[in-house]
Ligand binder design. Structure first.
Ligand code: PAF
Length: 280
């Protein structure tokens, strides 16, 4: 496996293959799981090679302890990527190098989409994401970049970022990959105890129940149903449940014909923050 810490060396290695080869890019923070591997497989199927970045980005964390405890498993990650068929390059930069010495966020004018949900609850998060994704896209110069829909709001933010920065890359959103028990795959799942891992199924079960009742119940009734399910759970604490317009991400108070909606959850299992969403 080709592992690069330096973007110049990465670019030279990519060029050495053939200048005209297309690159599919999968940005990650490591601790890879089947969700990431499915993104890389899609990237490999649509491009000549895939670049996977592994970088725990300090500027997108609003909580120092969360940043410190974020799992870092580079050797295991590389071994997992080696199981895939195709030409995969790993880019694992040092923070100072990637950020040219100043590890700080830029500020982006994403508009209203950044003010909802994660924007309200994780101060500065999307500026950190935008800063690092912009730096990575400029280093890797991919034709397409792949993001999981688990971070649905992040996916919309990255699409807006690419528009704002006029970056020549197509952003592709890929379906959520779930554990057998329904829990959305996340690197943070590695930090859950066995009990928390099982209890966290309340997140996907509630989203599914809301989806099944979406036609029948009003939005306030669906909100109450979701809240009840989390109140019943001993180990999982709800931060927010929202039904939002899929295009604007604005909280919906009632259903309007022609609009599509998604349910969004952020919840804590102990210190571990989990998010998920589902189209309704
Ligand atoms: O989704 C993630 O893992 C991160 O937010 C990303 C896109 C790799 C930026 O650090």
């Amino acid at each position: 496996m080709n592992v690069f810490t330096n973007a110049e060396n990465l670019r030279q290695a990519l060029k050495a293959q053939n200048d005209k080869k297309t690159i599919g890019f999968v940005p990650t923070m490591g601790a890879l799981h089947r969700g990431h591997l499915s993104l890389v497989s899609t990237a490999l199927s649509e491009n000549d090679c895939a670049v996977v970045s592994i970088f725990v980005n300090p500027t997108q964390f609003d909580n120092a302890s969360d940043l410190k405890k974020y799992p870092r498993t580079l050797d295991k990650d590389v071994a997992l990527l080696e199981t895939l068929q195709g030409s995969v390059f790993v880019y694992a930069p040092e923070a100072d190098h990637l950020y040219n010495g100043a590890v700080v966020s830029r500020h982006f004018k994403y508009g209203a989409i950044a003010k909802e949900m994660e924007g309200k609850h994780r101060h500065g998060h999307f500026d950190g994401v935008g800063t690092v994704v912009s730096l990575l896209l400029k280093r890797v110069e991919p034709a397409k970049a792949y993001f999981g829909q688990k971070d649905f709001q992040q996916l919309q933010i990255v699409k807006k970022l690419v528009e704002l920065e006029k970056l020549p890359v197509k952003i592709i959103g890929c379906p959520i990959v779930r554990e057998e028990n329904g829990l959305a795959m996340s690197s943070r799942n590695k930090r859950l105890s066995k009990e928390q891992f099982e209890a966290a199924t309340v997140i996907s079960k509630t989203l599914k129940e809301v989806k099944e009742n979406f036609e029948k119940l009003s939005i306030p009734q669906l909100n109450a149903l979701a809240k009840k399910r989390f109140d019943e759970s001993k180990l999982i604490e709800l931060e927010y449940f929202e039904i939002a317009n899929e295009a604007t991400l604005k909280t919906a108070q009632r259903k309007i014909k022609g609009n599509t909606y998604r349910g969004f959850v952020a919840a804590f299992a102990g210190e571990v923050r989990l998010i998920d969403n589902m189209q309704l």
